[in-house]
Design a protein around this ligand. Structure first.
Ligand SMILES: NC(=O)c1ccc[n+]([C@@H]2O[C@H](COP(=O)([O-])OP(=O)(O)OC[C@H]3O[C@@H](n4cnc5c(N)ncnc54)[C@H](O)[C@@H]3O)[C@@H](O)[C@H]2O)c1
Length: 366
């Protein structure tokens, strides 16, 4: 199969859909891989790295699309990319269709096969191609939070780890899922005192078993949250209700109970945020302040650490890419139910019900 790896053109996106190691595996399996010139620069891979792994470098994004049967990328196609996607293409990437009607309509019109990373789902309901990005974002939440706690950037002026003779900072983590556990682990590693909340006792039991004693678990309730926000320096939002908007656990009126310079990092911003005052920000302008409380709400946190994120993502996508290339999408999806869950749009039809529901469309009518 001919596989194309275009350069990401979404603002500030430096990740790439395939590493030279991926190219090496595919060419070993007798496939041809076209990589757009400069596609890997932002993630630390030169064109020569790709050539040495067996890729053919093409000058433009149009060259890559017209030469390839399958496109492997990272972010959902943006408007400029819509006309490049044609009926002979299989496109394997993050799509997040439910949040964009124009993208959904464009992909229906293209008659391509669209397989979305975010809906590839294991038997136990976990989402293996989303997990690594949550791991990155959870760890980053503490790195960013620690930075914005510094006084010159309007934080409380607290060093999370404290020093001998001075107690450490206090971190409240909402949600003990992937983001929450990674955040708690990083904060604990810095020496901070951590409180982690969830509504799942199973998750809290797990955290209690594996984390050191300065990570304290507490059942998530409005009462407990109101009590804790008064003396915690950094609050991380990592809750998720599958297929629904995040619940607003930190309400506007709670800000006045926080100390000036408290930092909120709402990782759940991509699902609407779990804090009432959240609005999505960018890496160029990541924070805003309301009632002296610093808010960090960047929707694509992993994009800031592309060296790590590209490797973390491609570690999990590559086995699926190889299967799709070796067997073709129909056979690969028939054999692998996990991958089949990733099928969102096939040849002008929505095959993932939740997308049609998001726009109140009937699947049959499509
Ligand atoms: N901003 C970014 O760049 C970025 C990157 C990756 C993930 N995310 C987002 O982070 C969020 C968390 O992702 P995840 O992979 O950790 O999800 P997850 O499903 O692993 O964990 C979510 C946790 O929230 C808990 N929860 C639900 N309701 C709660 C409540 N009322 N109080 C406390 N906990 C509650 C669940 O029980 C679960 O343990 C998602 O919205 C995801 O899209 C954002």
């Amino acid at each position: 199969m001919k596989i194309g790896v275009p350069k990401e053109i979404k603002n500030n996106e430096n990740r790439v859909g395939m590493t030279p190691a991926g190219v090496f595996e595919l060419t070993k399996n007798k496939h041809t891989v076209y990589v757009q010139k400069g596609a890997g620069f932002g993630s630390g891979f030169s064109d020569l790295d790709y050539i040495n792994a067996g890729a053919i470098i093409l000058e433009t994004i149009t060259d890559v699309y017209t030469s390839s049967d399958m496109i492997v990328k990272v972010k959902e196609p943006i408007e400029e990319e819509y006309p490049l996607i044609q009926s002979h293409h299989v496109v394997f990437t993050y799509f997040h269709f439910a949040s964009s009607e124009p993208l959904t309509k464009a992909m229906l019109k293209s008659e391509a096969v669209c397989i979305a990373y975010e809906t590839v789902e294991d038997k136990d309901g976990t989402l293996p191609l989303l997990t690594p990005m949550s791991e990155v974002a959870g760890r980053m939440a503490i790195q960013q939070g620690a930075k914005y706690l510094e006084k010159p950037i309007k934080g409380r002026g607290v060093l999370l780890g404290g020093v001998p003779g001075v107690p450490p900072g206090r971190v409240l983590v909402l949600g003990a899922g992937i983001v929450g556990i990674q955040a708690a682990k990083m904060a604990a590693g810095l020496g901070a005192h951590v409180t982690i909340m969830d509504i799942s006792m199973k998750k809290l039991r797990y955290v209690n078993d594996v984390m050191p004693s300065h990570v304290v678990t507490e059942f998530s309730s409005e009462y407990n949250i109101r009590k804790r926000i008064k003396d915690h320096d950094l609050i991380v939002g990592g809750v998720l209700l599958k297929g629904a908007k995040a619940p607003k656990l930190i309400t506007r009126d709670m800000l006045k109970d926080m100390r000036p310079g408290t930092v909120l990092v709402d990782v759940a911003v991509d699902q609407g945020g779990c804090m009432e005052t959240t609005k999505a920000t960018t890496h160029e302008d990541p924070t805003f302040i309301i009632d002296d409380v610093v808010h960090y709400c960047v929707a694509n946190m992993p994009g800031a650490v592309p060296y790590t994120s590209t490797l973390a993502l491609t570690n999990v996508t590559l086995p699926y890419v190889i299967n799709l290339a070796n067997q073709g999408w129909e056979k690969a999806c028939k054999k692998d139910k996990t991958l089949a869950k990733g099928l969102n749009i096939v040849k002008g039809k929505i095959v993932y019900e939740e997308i049609a529901e998001a726009f109140n469309w009937s699947v049959d009518a499509m």
